[in-house]
Design a protein around this ligand. Structure first.
Ligand code: F6R
Length: 245
């Protein structure tokens, strides 16, 4: 595992964006896995700068495909905090990605279990994910694979941990509006990506990061699957690195 520790939270975004830009420069129709939440926002802002028309050595996202990690179950179509809406707002629009190439699990499907299984098939049909960008929850979740998730799990319906619902309440008008269930790529699905890139900023993530990097491989800390991966990079600021030995 490659560990990059930056001086500032903004620098995390610059380093991660450069790695992603490198993938797209070497393959214009790259398939990227994308995370939502706060952690990758600086990365997306930097990628938007790199892809802006008129930029020297511009990165062109027009042929790139993206697959989101997860989606809430049961939000109405078009809800501004659905991950479909977040992916559109934070990634597809600013980077100039073709909306037809943006994929998010269907959390409003009549049969969410079938939608989850279809999502894994869609990733396989696209040729697999070249680089999967990840954030991490304070309890160590990646995607919405909460502690005790099977290390070989595939995309499926999961129940959000109370701590995750509380942490994500900031995006909703009240905590009880945070959905209870989600569809998330499984840990096995995530591990199939040819490259993993995890970003984290702030002292709130220090404990989870220490377990990912230095702890034993354990379903208690789902992010520890990065230890199994032949091409995993962790980009963190000093605060997120503060729990490392
Ligand atoms: C989001 C996702 C989650 C977040 C995690 C951290 O698609 O899969 O694992 O990355 O909850 O969220 P933030 O970045 O908001 O602290």
């Amino acid at each position: 595992m490659e560990i990059i520790i930056t001086n500032t939270p903004e620098e995390v975004g610059r380093v991660a964006a450069d790695l992603i830009a490198g993938v797209v420069r070497s393959r214009a129709d790259a398939v990227l896995g994308v995370a939502t939440g706060s952690s990758p926002l600086a990365t997306y802002r930097r990628l938007a700068e790199l892809s802006a028309p008129g930029t020297a050595d511009r990165v062109d996202f027009s042929a790139v495909s993206v697959f989101a990690l997860d989606e809430y179950v049961g939000l109405p179509d078009g809800h501004p905090e659905s991950y479909a809406a977040v992916v559109q707002r934070e990634i597809v629009n600013p980077l100039g990605i073709d909306p037809a190439n943006a994929h998010v699990p269907d959390g409003s499907a009549a049969d969410v279990d079938a939608a989850a299984a279809e999502y894994d098939l869609a990733i396989a049909h696209a040729g697999g994910i070249e680089l999967q960008l990840l954030g991490i929850g304070r309890n160590g979740h990646v995607g919405f694979n909460e502690p005790s998730s099977s290390l070989t799990s595939r995309t499926r319906v999961k129940t959000l941990a109370p701590q995750t619902r509380a942490d994500n309440a900031r995006f909703f008008d009240s905590p009880d509006q945070v959905p209870v269930h989600c569809i998330t790529q499984g840990l096995g699905t995530i591990g199939d990506a040819r490259r993993l890139l995890l970003v984290a900023q702030g002292v709130d993530k220090a404990d989870a990061i220490a377990h990912v990097i230095e702890g034993p491989l354990s379903s208690r800390w789902p992010g520890s699957i990065l230890q199994l991966h032949p091409h995993a990079t962790v980009v963190i600021d000093e605060a997120a690195a503060s729990g490392l030995a």
